[in-house]
Design a protein around this ligand. Structure first.
Ligand code: AMP
Length: 425
């Protein structure tokens, strides 16, 4: 018979194996604890949205919307997209459920997979997880600083090294249009020297050219006007206050005028946080202010700011977190078919008493069961063979000392009593 071929995972979609997912649990616990200490509440969102949501929020002229979305038409003819990021979904849900009001602050965080059809490489996947948070209803610079302090805290808590925080201002509806025009004129003169992508960006999203990593574009754009030099007074004051507050909080943030973020809806504060050990994809997280997004999605004029952290990257730099998936405390080994029912009852009773138990039944020899218990890393094995069944008392083998223990366990006892007898051995 021809052996059927194995099916492998989709390129860029990855599995998280048990030891890694144990580390992720620690990471998630740290992140959720910090977020809740900053008064964020969790929102759980669907992973698919109407395509229109992203086209309208992220912007047509962005790499994400142009090239990277997983979009399909469902059987009802609706165009649906696997979310490439979640800010738009948070705003959509907040509007849909009446969570936003102009005079009310709302802090929401989310956690889950995002989907972008990027070229996979180290630290870059097509399905990846983000932990992110959004503050809706605050336009003051204190919240910008607070969010950056939160990120610093989180990275510190998980042991990331070489953390840098880079900050920029993208201007607002007052000053950005004039700056965009200046930048467009500067780039237009150099059109022939730009890569194909940037030539396209030229008309629709010239700011993105500053973000391009192609050497020819970096060279062509050397000396380009920077938005920082063209901010209106309120934008300049906003940035100065964020910097002053960060200083006061002991956070060193450097200005990087090249942070433009990919998405159309950002204004004023934009930031990125990087850490050592990630190679060229070294951004662990980023975010910024989006004061016009809520209105652009049909809501009231409510300001917003948020961030997203890539969890794969966070896991790569989280040096303080080590975990193995937990080992069973006891392996229950019924040796004969007629001991299965007792084995199941005993395992259930031990589990109900809070113990991690593996039930190693099956028609196998004692030796094979012992090998299984050894591999599972359990400390004790509770053997229930024919003799034990007849006597109503199991035998306990101590795997560390490799010895059958003379004491035996009363199979009729409660889970708690049984566990106490076992661990007393
Ligand atoms: P963004 O939503 O593009 O601002 O990304 C925020 C963070 O998500 C980045 O700093 C990365 O840590 C992470 N991220 C973005 N895209 C990917 C990807 N394709 N694979 C893994 N992580 C990603």
């Amino acid at each position: 018979m021809v052996k059927p071929a194995q099916v492998t995972a989709v390129k860029g979609f990855h599995d998280l194996l048990p030891d890694e997912s144990a580390r992720w649990r620690l990471l998630e616990a740290e992140a959720f604890e910090i977020l809740s200490s900053y008064a964020f509440e969790e929102i759980r969102l669907p992973i698919a949205e109407k395509t229109e949501l992203f086209a309208r929020s992220i912007g047509d002229a962005t790499d994400i919307v142009e090239k990277e979305m997983y979009t399909f038409t469902d059987r009802g003819g609706t165009s649906i997209t696997l979310r490439p990021e979640a800010t738009a979904s948070v705003v959509r849900a907040a509007l849909e459920h009446g969570l936003i009001a102009p005079d009310r602050e709302r802090r929401l965080f989310y956690y889950g997979p995002m989907f972008r059809r990027e070229r996979p490489q180290k630290g870059r996947f097509r399905q990846f997880y983000q932990i992110g948070a959004e503050v809706l209803g605050r336009d003051d610079p204190v919240v910008d600083a607070e969010i950056i302090v939160l990120l610093r805290d989180l990275l510190g808590r998980v042991g990331a090294r070489g953390v840098t925080i880079e900050l920029n201002s993208l201007g607002d509806g007052e000053c950005r249009p004039a700056y965009r025009e200046r930048l467009r004129s500067f780039a237009a003169v150099r059109r022939e020297r730009l890569c194909d992508n940037c030539q396209r960006r030229l008309e629709r999203n010239p700011l993105r050219i500053l973000d391009c990593k192609e050497v020819r574009c970096v060279e062509a754009m050397a000396g380009a006007p920077l938005v920082l030099d063209h901010l209106c007074v309120p934008c300049r004051d906003h940035l100065a206050t964020v910097r002053r507050l960060l200083d006061a909080a002991g956070v060193s943030a450097t200005i990087n005028p090249h942070i433009v973020r990919g998405l159309d809806y950002y204004c004023r504060t934009a930031f990125e946080i990087t850490a050592a050990g990630l190679g060229s994809q070294n951004a662990v997280g980023g975010g910024g202010r989006y004061d016009e997004l809520v209105a652009a999605l049909g809501g009231p004029p409510v300001a917003g700011i948020g961030f997203a952290i890539g969890v794969e990257r966070l896991a790569m730099v989280a040096d303080a977190l080590t975990a193995r998936s937990p080992r069973p405390a006891v392996v229950v080994a019924p040796l004969a078919d007629d001991a299965w029912a007792t084995g199941l009852t005993v395992a259930t009773a031990l589990r109900a008493a809070g113990h991690r138990v593996e039930l190693a039944a099956g028609r196998r020899s004692l030796r094979a069961l012992m090998r299984q218990a050894d591999r599972a890393g359990a400390r004790h094995v509770l053997i229930i063979g024919a003799d034990e069944l007849a006597a109503g008392r199991g035998t306990v083998r101590d795997m560390e000392r490799k010895a059958d223990h003379p004491l035996s366990v009363d199979l009729g006892a409660t889970g708690g009593e049984m566990a106490a007898q076992i661990t007393r051995l």
